[in-house]
Write a protein that binds this ligand. Sequence first.
Ligand code: T1G
Length: 699
Amino acid sequence: MGTAVTYERQGQIGVIRVNNPPVNALSHAVRSGIMDALATAADDASLAVVLACDGRTFIAGADITEFGKPPQAPSLPDLLLALDNHPKLTIAAIHGTALGGGFEVALTCNYRIALATAKVGLPEVKLGLLPGAGGTQRTPRLAGLPAAVDLITSGNPIAAENALSLHLVDKVVGENLVDAAVAYGSELVEQGAQKRQASTLPLSLTTEDEKLIASVGAKLLKKTRGERAPQRILNCLLAAATQPFEAGLKREREEFMACLADPQSAALRHMFFAERAAGKIDSLPKDTKALDVASVGIIGAGTMGGGIAMCFAQAGIKVTLVDMTDEAVKLGLEKIAKNYAISVKRGRLTADQTDAIMANMTTSSNFNDLAHVDMVIEAVFENLEVKKDVFAKLDGICKPGAVLASNTSYQSIDAIAAATTRPESVLGMHFFSPANVMKLLEVVKGAASSDTVIATAMAVGKKIGKVSVLSGMCYGFIGNRMLRHYGREASLCLIEGSTPSQIDSAMESWGMAMGPLAVSDLAGLDIGYKAREQLSAEQKGDPASYRVADRLVEAGRLGQKSGAGYYQYDPETRQRQEDPAVMAIVTEARRELGITPRQFDDEEIVNRLTLALANEGAKLLQEGIAQRASDIDVVYCYGYGFPRFKGGPMHTIESMGLDKAVTLINEFRDQLNPEHWQTAPLLTNLVANGGQLADYHRD
Ligand code: T1G
């Protein structure tokens, strides 16, 4: 059985224990161990068998690291066949999170007992997969089709009590799970309980169920912007309700193998590990301790400052929200209260919850009230001098060791740090608007930022529910530096012959949450306009890349905020509509620049925009601004609406094939603009040496 699985008798009951930290994933050793233990239990004097796990959780699923490798017997289906046909009563003892294949193991047991704190779920859809070990066949037979549709297509776990009400769990206990499971086994034996197999429970398809499945399928296809696993799940659930168990199981296997082979699943599995890798800072000594952050000061009660304050207050951290005047602070707090009122109205939070969150917030217009906080995050106007002044003040007020962070999008962390006598305590914490919604946090390391301060910011990011990514210092850090190239190509496609609708539709059909020009309208075209006013002609680059944007602003079209930008916006629904006035401006700009428009196809638009991102990403990687390629993927999927089922810009070109990507970039260099399309040396080198971005680490 090895060490991953042990078997012992407790009186008349056999107890199988899995011990495969950190989450008891169903590795080959675990599958083999359970198979051996079942064989032992079949032959000994035990009257029933309990399957339990050591550590923090029941089995949390198949071992995702094994996907893509040659299968090793016993497969999970083979194991579950043996479990389903085991001669004795089997009882799963669930704690922690029984997920995916782990919950499928539990569903194959005859009975299930869970700790009240336990959760169960089938999250495979989040990996572009589906429950491939009978979950789509057993769940509806136990809980009914509607519950199974919700559980499996959402992938969200449910609490033990909820599972109990759905007959997915038979008993819930408060403590001493294994002892309770052993007692439950003895009780079942004494009662002469039968080997109840979910696989033998009847299931039929009602008209309502059929309609539900069809509507959920249509809704999910739209919501996920083209993910294929949800429909495959629904195919399996339909089979469960219309075919015998064995036939349904066969269909599930076919659909599961289709998911496993689908690039969307490879991308989503890549993102699963990328999100976790991003939290690891290679340069930090392993014993670096993060400071405890129980109180935080937020400077600037505007949109960003208010959103950031909400993140901390929701995590139970005391917040002091500071602005220059009482009026400004009052306005900021009113906006926060309004946001929470909307959340309560939509049922996302209860009034008590929002009251408790707001109780974590105090306000002030006096910086001296920040003298004792553990961390300060500055979110004032995006001007270096203003920020330096704020940090100079903080330097004289905050306690020694307080972390002093700037939410700046572009300014130099080093210049800001130089305004203090403690540059080692200064770094960037770049939130994305709306800060209380967007999950990405760029932690920007200044030249002097200490390991402790970096570790603290990364830990705080996780505590407030963000996915934190470390960035080195450069203009725009990781995300915005790449975004400039993406936006440039969108603007050039427009002035060279395309239209706002074609560009945005091409990118949204490809998977982006929102097309680039619609995003510009959302952010406000005046922001870029004002930024360009500070730049020289040389710094601004090719006039073709901003002439239309300038003309739109000069025509008063600032984007959604003015009701019109690249599009006209319905004042009620904010729905975008094409506007002939825009193409008139584009045509005039083409004339001014002597550009003869040409036909565009969607493929060129998608390739230019995605390769512009990845090419710049490769440069960031080589410069050491990003630690690893997957960090860049996390930035784009969590901060810029890049589709997770594409795995991020770097995974996209890795999947395309770096040789093909480099060929295309070189073609753009030769056909478009050599300055814009200087192929990243790292990409050229990896192609020459047959290397992979995933394996690249800057020495
Ligand atoms: N396989 C391999 N490693 C896993 C793993 C898994 N299933 N789940 C977690 N890990 C690693 C993770 O990479 C990290 O490693 C460490 O464990 C702690 O994870 C046949 C096909 C269980 C809720 O999708 O949701 O079963 O970074 O940081 O925040 O139908 O992990 O320490 O080296 O996330 O406490 C279905 C995925 C698989 C569950 C715990 N199961 N895991 O969260 O810790 S497919 C899942 C989670 C399947 C069957 C199908 C979470 C968690 P490292 P963590 P956490």
